[in-house]
Write a new protein. Structure first.
Length: 356
């Protein structure tokens, strides 16, 4: 029997299924500046959405920190114990000076924000099933598996969200991961290597970290991109393969890893997608999910430039303006006949996407 968890308690029905906590942001004696990651990007996304009046504090779902018991649904006790060594966390987060900090500070200042984002992804998984869609403004730690972290990823939030759903939510027995971060998602791939309930599509720059050949065996649809891939080719491939993946298997949930490190000029991604291209990409994925009435959970993952927070916010606003995420749908739940009819109508109206 699954353990009791606070992460599955229902938030007020007036909340949008957008999950966030101010605890996501990592700020500590300037350490966060030593990594190319913008460790405050999650808060900036929310501030942009507030400025545009899409959200207010009482309208978003407050993320809660995943407890050890929650994490043990996927992680080994041995792995969680390793995180009690500051040098291990320094290696995973790629911030060397963390090795010299006392571990209680590392737990509080570095790992707690990541555990809260992980709790947010697990919460968003259930919200997506209940309401048709959910967005965790953080999360997407796709290089972490049950017993190994890396690439700034200390907890396997994608694996956790899916395993929680399989164990706790009736009618969820198949999941599709659409991983469009610039890097290969080797963490969830290792976790679901021999699990036929999980279909993985992964589009990534083939030449960069992690180059995990072993994990690639878990990918059902592999889209390996060249250096400097641009919008037209990229959107064409995303559209073709997302459609193909969902036609091959209709899952009960889609987990969409929407990394913005595909942005032109990203120091780690090596691709050349424009801000408009990223907004369009997210639209392609949400249209595919909504037209098939498959619940979708989006996490924000990698993105190493100051301007990515604005792009994520613009994308969420675009999804909202197109009616692909909306309050009606969210607050009425999928069982409501009026909503069902609305979804059918909007599906009819979804014309074949033009990639111009």
């Amino acid at each position: 029997r699954p353990h009791r968890t606070q992460l599955y308690e229902d938030p007020p029905p007036t909340c949008l299924p957008i999950v966030y906590s101010p605890d996501y942001n990592i700020t500590f004696v300037g350490l966060e500046k030593l990594h190319p990651f913008d460790a405050g990007k999650w808060g900036k996304v929310i501030n942009f959405l507030k400025e545009e009046k899409l959200v207010a504090d009482d309208l978003i779902v407050q993320a809660r920190e995943a407890t050890d018991e929650d994490l043990l649904v996927v992680h080994t006790r041995r792995y969680l114990n390793k995180l009690k060594w500051s040098f291990v966390v320094a290696t995973i987060t790629e911030i060397p000076p963390v090795a010299f900090l006392p571990n209680f500070l590392v737990q509080r200042k570095v790992l707690r924000p990541l555990r809260t984002q992980t709790g947010g992804t697990i919460m968003a998984g259930k919200l997506a099933v209940d309401r048709g869609w959910a967005i965790n403004v953080g999360g997407g730690f796709h290089h972490c598996s049950s017993d190994k972290g890396g690439g700034f990823c200390a907890y396997a939030d994608i694996t956790l969200a899916i395993k929680f759903l399989f164990e706790r939510v009736q009618g969820v027995s198949k999941a599709t991961i659409i991983d469009l971060d610039a890097h290969q998602g080797n963490g969830h791939e290792r976790d679901f290597m021999d699990d036929h309930r999980v279909y993985i599509m992964d589009a990534y720059n083939r030449y960069i970290y992690p180059g995990d050949g072993d994990a690639k065996r878990a990918i059902k649809r592999k889209v390996e991109l060249e250096w400097g891939t641009e919008d037209t080719e990229y959107l064409q491939k995303v559209h073709t393969h997302v459609e193909g993946a969902l036609n091959e298997l209709k899952p009960d949930i889609i987990v969409y890893n929407a990394g913005t490190d595909i942005l032109d000029g990203d120091p780690l991604g090596g691709l050349a997608i424009s801000p408009q291209g990223i907004v369009k990409r997210d639209e392609v994925v949400f249209k595919a999910a909504r037209s098939r009435r498959i619940p979708i959970l989006m996490v924000t993952s990698g993105g190493y430039q100051r301007r990515t927070a604005r792009i994520i916010a613009d994308s969420i606003l675009n999804l909202h303006n197109l009616g692909l995420i909306d309050k009606e749908l969210a607050t009425s739940g999928a069982g409501n006949p009026k909503v069902e009819q609305m979804i059918r109508d909007s599906a009819k109206g979804l014309t074949k996407l033009s990639l111009k």
